[in-house]
Every structure is written in structure tokens, then in C-alpha cells.
Design a protein around this ligand. Structure first.
Ligand SMILES: [Fe+2]
Length: 282
């Protein structure tokens, strides 16, 4: 039997249903899952309980595996699977994880196309907090009034990790604040990404610092309004993690963020990434 998909919300999210767990690891399943991620942005496998080897197998079957932390020059704790945790005994740069409390796209400040997809396995689910929220930037663009779409054409935003960490900069210990804020590159991206498929999405999130050629206050206000627009309930999804859940999302068509959680919850996620095949293009 093949795997099946059920929609979670109208504009975002599908849940995978299977009879035989082995059906998830076939080449046909990898193709179907990739297509579903492109179509529905977020794909949830409830309580799949993957091992790292299985997660790496799915990652590799869907595309080219990429080590994002190495690309971002972040100190990492594993060669192939990044352990997302606030425990500094495992993760030497927890500030990088605190930055995930704010809307962002992964790999937008590295010298390569943004990763196509991020894959997360929940190893320890917190009792309180730690949900992940996703906002479809395809649905958000699509839903804009025509005159607003028109107004965004040709605009570019400047992205940096420094901008995305600005809400927590003063909470980073001073001795390594500058090093953390200096992670990644400063990159200019069109606000509207016209994908090779012809579909359009917004390239937004807290990495977007200002809009090129626009007064900083007006540009920042526009970026915040677009973030709020994309995060509205119709275009977004909140996933409450249960241990063993596995979620794949289209990083090129979504922002995401974690609901704040405390280190004492022990929250632990294992992350892999699939390389993107196209640069952000207007
Ligand atoms: Fe992220």
C-alpha cells in the first residue's frame, strides 16, 4: 500500500497516513512526499519515531543533503544531523537557537540558494511551549490585493543574522555577542520570489532588515506588515510536538518560528536540510 495524505488546513499542511511503516522509505514515497511538500508547504508524520539513519535516508532520497550550520559558520554538534537544543553542553551556540523564536526562513544569509526543505524529528517534546509555527509565503503573496502585489514588484530587502537577532542581542553575553551577530552573510533578496515553477512567494522574516532605496522606518514597517499578513491564521499552522513526530516543510515558501520554551524542558529536535535548486529571483 502507498502512503496517503490528509489536508490539515485549507492553505497549508498535510498529514501522512500509512499502513506499513516501510512504505515511507521507498523511492516512490520520496517523490510523492517532495511533491506534497511543494504543494502543501508543511507535511507532518505523526509519531514516526525515526532514527538518525532513517532521517538521513529520507533526506537523501528527497534531494541533496546540505549541512546548513557549516554553511552559516555556526559551531555544530554533529556532522550530519544538527541537534536543536538550548542545552549548551550539546549546543555550543544556544543563541542561534533562541533566534528561532522569531519568524524566519532557514539559510537566507548563506552563500548558496536557500535550502528547499528543512526536516525536523522531535526527540524530546516539551510539556509547555516549543510548538513550531509555519506561515505559507506562497499563500500570503497569493492572498494580497492586486495593488499591493504591484507595489512589491522590483523591491529588494537586505537580510542578515544581525537583524534577526536584534530582539535578543542585549541578552547575548557581551563576550561573544559580536561573533554571534556576525554569523552568516549580509544578502540582498527580491521581496517577491518568482520560482522556476512560475509560482510567487514572499521572502520575508526577521532576517529582513530594511528595503533597498526606501527610508528605513517605512521599509521596516512594510516588512513587519508583510510578516503579520503572512502569519494570519488562514495562511499559517501551529504544530504541537509529540515525541517521534517528523515534519518536513518547504523552506522556500514558508517562514517558521518556535514558540518560546525553557531549557529545563529538555526540548530536543534533530534537523536535516535539503539543498535548494534555485536562487531567489525576481
Ligand atoms: Fe529555522
Amino acid at each position: 500500500m502507498a502512503i496517503r495524505f490528509e489536508d490539515i488546513k485549507e492553505h497549508i499542511g498535510s498529514r501522512v497516513v500509512w499502513d506499513d511503516r516501510a512504505d515511507i522509505f521507498t523511492p516512490e514515497a520520496a517523490r510523492a512526499i517532495r511533491a506534497k511538500v511543494e504543494e502543501r508547504t508543511v507535511v507532518v508524520f505523526p509519531e514516526l519515531d525515526l532514527t538518525d539513519a532513517e532521517q538521513l535516508a529520507i533526506t537523501g532520497a528527497m534531494g541533496e543533503k546540505v549541512r546548513l550550520t557549516a554553511r552559516n559558520n555556526v559551531q555544530s554538534n554533529d556532522e550530519d544531523v544538527y541537534q536543536v537544543t538550548l542545552d549548551e553542553k550539546i549546543n555550543p551556540q544556544p543563541e542561534y537557537v533562541l533566534g528561532t523564536f522569531f519568524w524566519h526562513m532557514d539559510g537566507i544569509t548563506v552563500d548558496m540558494p536557500p535550502p528547499f526543505a528543512t526536516l525536523l524529528s522531535c526527540r524530546i517534546a516539551p510539556a509547555v511551549g516549543g510548538e513550531t509555527e509555519f506561515a505559507s509565503t506562497y499563500a500570503a503573496y497569493e492572498g494580497l490585493p492586486a495593488e499591493e502585489k504591484q507595489a512589491l514588484e522590483g523591491l529588494k530587502a537586505v537580510h542578515s543574522v544581525r537583524a534577526s537577532l536584534s530582539p535578543i542581542a542585549d541578552a547575548i553575553p557581551e563576550k561573544h555577542r559580536e561573533r554571534v551577530l556576525g554569523i552568516g552573510l549580509v544578502k540582498e533578496h527580491p521581496l517577491v520570489w518568482t520560482h522556476e515553477s512560475g509560482r510567487k512567494s514572499l521572502v520575508i522574516g526577521t532576517t529582513a532588515d530594511h528595503i533597498v532605496g526606501m527610508e528605513v522606518p517605512a521599509g521596516r514597517a512594510m516588512l513587519i506588515r508583510l510578516q503579520e499578513w503572512a502569519a494570519q491564521p488562514a495562511f499559517s499552522l501551529r504544530h504541537k510536538w509529540t515525541k517521534g513526530d517528523f515534519v518536513i516543510w518547504d523552506n522556500t515558501g514558508a517562514m517558521h518560528r518556535a514558540i518560546p520554551y525553557d531549557k529545563s524542558t529538555g526540548r530536543m529536535m534533530h534537523r536535516t536540510s535539503i539543498a535548494g535548486t534555485e536562487a531567489v529571483a525576481a
